[in-house]
Design a protein around this ligand. Structure first.
Ligand SMILES: NC(=O)c1ccc[n+]([C@@H]2O[C@H](COP(=O)([O-])OP(=O)(O)OC[C@H]3O[C@@H](n4cnc5c(N)ncnc54)[C@H](O)[C@@H]3O)[C@@H](O)[C@H]2O)c1
Length: 309
């Protein structure tokens, strides 16, 4: 493959690079390092890194014209400041349009888009089926939902993967790195009264392999174990791992106005259509990511949620 990965310096992007470059594929990454880090991308043959924003049409068109990708994984996304609507729209809407439109040139066999479950709104149906109506209500969710709609409208052979919380190396968002970092530093934590589904990086990479195959079905897919876990359960696991013994029970607070009580995606349609299913159990997924933090530490932690007042 000649694989173009947007956002290739991010958590998922870097794991994709680590998978595809050693396997002998030519990879081109476009990243502006807004949340990704240059140093996670090794200087090796087979990997080209272009620093810049996908919001710049000329830059995107130039990369496609020169690199001539056969496959595209669109992983770049903006989310780190929930009040910066313009940046979210520039990257997640305009940037996605630039990447999708450039990919409509001859030669692109598969286009993979990575999508957030925040497109579904606060569903009372749990697990949430892929047919559930979309009603995003945050800047990240709204802009990512618009981006996915352009992908679906493009006429490209595409897969848009609506992801559970993918958990693995470099994870820098959500409760696991937050608790790990704070507990290690002896800081207090709180848990929101919410439930999330967690997917191992290995299972994420397996579904990407599947949707990159020639003739793979096009469409939108929930990618999840279908199993929910409370944030308090995550806290207890992380606290036990780092041997933290807080004096008082961790406070559990109601979800904020931009949060969702339960995000657990129903993968049934994905099982049937792609023949993929998650293989790694929750306990193993947690153990793997905590061991990774033991070896490499946690750096910056980002959130698309506003900090509670
Ligand atoms: N990690 C998850 O569990 C998860 C869940 C749902 C959806 N997603 C989606 O998967 C994708 C990757 O997420 P991630 O967790 O790796 O996040 P990440 O922040 O680690 O990676 C995103 C990458 O995009 C880059 N980027 C941001 N704006 C850019 C721009 N304008 N031009 C070029 N690059 C830009 C960032 O620097 C970063 O390297 C995103 O599209 C996200 O919406 C991830």
């Amino acid at each position: 493959m000649r694989l173009l990965i947007t956002g290739g310096a991010g958590c998922l992007g870097a794991s994709l690079v680590e998978r595809f470059v050693p396997a002998g594929h030519e990879v081109l990454v476009i990243d502006n390092f807004a949340t990704g880090k240059r140093e996670v991308l090794p200087a090796v043959a087979g990997l080209t890194v272009v620093e810049g924003s996908i919001a710049e049409r000329a830059l995107v068109d130039g990369c496609f014209a020169e690199f001539r990708p056969s496959h595209v994984i669109h992983s770049a996304a903006a989310y780190k400041d929930p009040d910066d609507w313009r940046e979210d729209a520039a990257t997640n809407v305009t940037g996605t349009i630039n990447v999708v439109d450039a990919a409509r040139r001859p030669g692109v066999a598969r286009f993979v888009n990575l999508q957030t479950a925040l497109s579904y709104w606060r569903s009372e149906v749990v697990p949430i089926p892929v047919t559930h109506p979309l009603r995003p209500f945050t800047s990240y969710g709204i802009s990512k939902t618009a981006g996915e709609a352009y992908v679906a409208m493009s006429g490209l052979p595409f897969a848009s993967l609506r992801l559970a919380n993918v958990t693995g190396p470099r994870l820098a968002i959500g409760p696991i790195p937050t608790f790990y970092k704070r507990l290690k530093a002896g800081q207090k934590c709180f848990c929101s009264e919410t439930v999330r589904d967690f997917l191992d990086m290995e299972d994420f990479l397996a579904v990407v392999d599947r949707v990159l195959e020639d003739g793979a079905p096009s469409g939108v897919f929930n990618v999840s174990t279908g199993e929910g876990h409370s944030i308090e359960e995550i806290f207890d696991l992380v606290a036990a791992h780092v041997d933290a013994r807080p004096d008082e029970p961790v406070p559990v607070v109601a979800p904020g106005p931009d949060d969702v009580p339960a995000v657990v995606l129903d993968p049934a349609h994905t099982h049937e259509t792609l023949g993929w299913r998650a293989r790694v159990g929750f306990a193993e997924t947690m153990a793997r990511v905590l061991e990774w933090y033991d070896a490499h530490g946690v750096t910056d932690v980002y959130s698309h949620l506003k900090a509670p007042r």
